[in-house]
Design a protein around this ligand. Structure first.
Ligand code: G3P
Ligand code: CA
Length: 275
């Protein structure tokens, strides 16, 4: 690490395992999240979708084709029981398959709640326009049932850093979804994800939609337009960057003073940070 600011940030930046330790193991499986916890990740990221019978499952795409043996079936058209018929673990390493069922958000919350240390959750809601906010409503209800409080990171004031309980923030590319979260559960901080800087022009003075306190730009944008991160920070926002897997990008994030690095390789990033 070269810049003094980078050295400081290396100690405090939150390392978030994107879809679990997903470079090593199949994304969004219990195995990938267990590994992320064992590797020392500070937090975990997941995507949530709602099934036909209203259950929340951690699946990124609209269909299960890429990550299972279930073909082009659509998550929201299947019940949880139907989804459980498919294997979400064997696709990544077909030569040494490790079958895994679809991961429910409930199972992930149980895992994180039993971690024995504070592990935060960065939860992204998918398909915001359809289903009239059912994902957001179910998500908030489940977080409350688990007694999970809202926080944007361990750097939050009020002693939360000392707690072993998980804390959550809710992320979306959609202002509509963030608005629903704001209305249903203002206690959960909102993260506005974006790839295109033009979107920020819609909110004057480096503001973010729906009172989001965290800006979540993709790393390609950060590489191209690092001054955007500086402007967002100067406007009082925290910046969480995804998906940061290259050492040079980790260094760039540290120099820019981002608060969270979302990565498929949590152990490698922690090693680079000297933690
Ligand atoms: O953490 C944010 C990042 O996951 C957004 O992109 O496509 O991986 O969900 P995506
Ligand atoms: Ca995501």
């Amino acid at each position: 690490l070269t810049a003094p600011n980078a050295t400081r940030t290396a100690q405090t930046v939150q390392v978030v395992a994107h879809r679990g330790s997903s470079a090593a193991l199949p994304e969004h499986t219990l195995a990938a999240y267990r590994r992320a916890l064992a590797e020392g990740a500070d937090a975990v990221e997941c995507d949530v979708r709602v099934t036909a019978d209203g259950q929340l499952v951690c699946v990124h795409d609209r269909t299960i084709e890429r990550v299972s043996d279930g073909g082009r079936r659509v998550v929201s058209a299947l019940t949880l029981e139907q989804l459980r018929a498919y294997d979400f673990g064997s696709w990544k390493h077909p030569e040494r398959p490790e079958p895994q069922p679809v991961l429910t958000l409930e199972s992930l919350l149980e895992l994180v709640a039993d971690a024995g240390r504070r592990v935060d959750l960065a939860i992204e809601t998918k398909h915001p326009v359809r289903f009239r906010g059912r994902v957001e409503t179910e998500l908030v209800a489940m977080l409350r049932r688990f007694g999970i409080a809202g926080a944007v990171g361990p750097y939050d004031a009020d002693g939360e850093g000392a707690s072993e309980r998980p804390h959550a923030r809710i992320m979306s590319f959609s202002g509509l979804a963030l608005g629903r979260v704001r209305k249903a559960a203002p206690e959960f901080p909102r993260v506005f994800l974006f790839e295109h800087p033009e979107l920020l022009r819609l909110w004057p003075g480096a503001g973010l939609p729906q009172g989001a306190v965290v800006a979540g730009p993709g790393i390609e944008l950060v590489r191209r337009r690092p001054e955007l991160v500086r402007a967002l920070r100067a406007a009082g926002h925290r910046v969480h960057v995804w998906t940061v897997d290259e050492p040079a990008d980790v260094e760039l994030c540290l120099e820019l003073g981002v608060s969270a690095i979302i990565t498929n390789r949590p152990r490698a990033v922690l090693d680079q940070l000297g933690r």
